[in-house]
Design a protein around this ligand. Sequence first.
Ligand code: IDP
Ligand code: MG
Length: 141
Amino acid sequence: MAIERTLSIIKPDAVKKNVIGKILSRFEDAGLNISAMRFALLSKDDAAGFYAVHKTRPFFNDLVEFMTSGPVCIQVLEGEDAIKKNRELMGATDPKQADTGTIRADFAESIDANAVHGSDSAENAAIEIAYFFPSMNVYSK
Ligand code: IDP
Ligand code: MG
């Protein structure tokens, strides 16, 4: 398996719940390294640019509203099969459908406020990492 990088965001609901550390532990316990991290209070343009692939979806405005409702904690995760591994740790988009023991099952309330973002492909991971982190701010172990 290849060493990959993926972009993770701890969304405003999880930051407000004070569970950043618990979520980061899930990544580390699964063998993923935190290779970059920052907080941000996204503007509407920041959030709309990040979620541009969803701009024609009916939930787009609500998604931008939610992602700008408070600070987020953004990290690059690195490790073997990191993109898929993170998606497995996250669980399904709708926390009601998420498997027991996943981040969304344990920390998310609804499909809007679902605790975490994770890149869904290698191509999107590269785009999303570059959106938030200059390469000099991402380290490899
Ligand atoms: P993902 O976060 O599991 O990759 P996506 O389909 O990429 O899910 O959707 C991006 C985000 O948009 C979701 O995490 C969720 O917050 C929001 N979202 C997706 N589908 C819906 C919906 O049907 N209603 C409201 N919000 C949604
Ligand atoms: Mg997605």
